[in-house]
Design a protein around this ligand. Structure first.
Ligand SMILES: C[S@@+](CC[C@H](N)C(=O)[O-])C[C@H]1O[C@@H](n2cnc3c(N)ncnc32)[C@H](O)[C@@H]1O
Length: 216
């Protein structure tokens, strides 16, 4: 682990009891949760946006949803997950926590489910298949409230090839033979940076978050 990651992880906020159980499970099973440094960022963003409604593309067993919830005073978090076993674990775990919002557990393809909601959403997490991040952003962007945020995970670490992303950030074209995940992350960054009503910055917490704030 590099020094910056050790530093950010060392300063990350503590898990609550439910999140600690979830994180132990993720460690044992090798399941990719956002982790406490990125999770603490979700909590802060929820507070700053005074979030009442959060939508997640790819919720797993509810770890990231718990972080959003810890920054909210009420409202709801909509979880989407196409693996029913994961979603069942979220249904069992989240009610055990001391969380103010309610949770809406939606089983199925997040890209279809989002079409059933009008918004507005104050916060959105994009954490499903990397090659479909762009589709998620375009499906949700008009439903994000002014001042709301769209956060995408794994823009630094994860399945994408980081050296290729560095070349991309410096202006090179992503090669056609790059992995689908690498092309997906680069295409997502292209899309969010091209839309004039969103301002985007990348934070190196956890696996790297692209945070896009709707300005108007
Ligand atoms: C990286 S994990 C999510 C972790 C979660 N956000 C957290 O940090 O606690 C990605 C999850 O998205 C789910 N997933 C992938 N594509 C999906 C889709 N199109 N619709 C719903 N769920 C999807 C996977 O089954 C997996 O559980």
């Amino acid at each position: 682990m590099d020094e910056l990651t050790r530093y950010l992880d060392g300063l990350a906020p503590e898990h609550d009891a439910v999140q600690a159980e979830m994180a132990d499970y993720a460690d044992r099973e090798g399941f990719p949760i956002v982790g406490p440094a990125a999770g603490g960022t979700l909590r802060i963003l929820a507070r700053l946006a005074d979030a009442e409604r959060v939508f997640e593309f790819g919720s797993g067993f509810g770890y990231s949803a718990a972080w959003w919830a810890r920054g909210m005073n009420g409202g709801e978090v909509i979880l989407t997950e196409h693996d029913p076993d994961e979603l069942e674990m979220a249904r069992e775990w989240l009610p055990e926590g001391d969380y103010a919002p309610s949770f809406d557990y939606r089983d199925g393809d997040a890209l279809s489910i989002v079409e059933e909601y009008d918004g507005p959403f104050d916060c959105v997490l994009v954490d499903h298949q990397k090659e479909r991040y762009v589709d998620g952003f375009h499906a949700v962007r008009e439903k994000v409230a002014p001042g709301g945020v769209v956060v995408a995970d794994n823009v630094v670490r994860g399945p994408a090839d980081f050296p290729t992303l560095v070349d991309y950030a410096e202006g090179e074209t992503v090669p056609d033979d790059a992995s689908a995940a690498t092309r997906g992350i680069a295409a997502y960054l292209d899309a969010v940076r091209a839309v004039p009503d969103f301002e985007t910055t990348v934070l190196p917490v956890g696996s790297g978050l692209a945070v896009s704030v709707r300005s108007e």
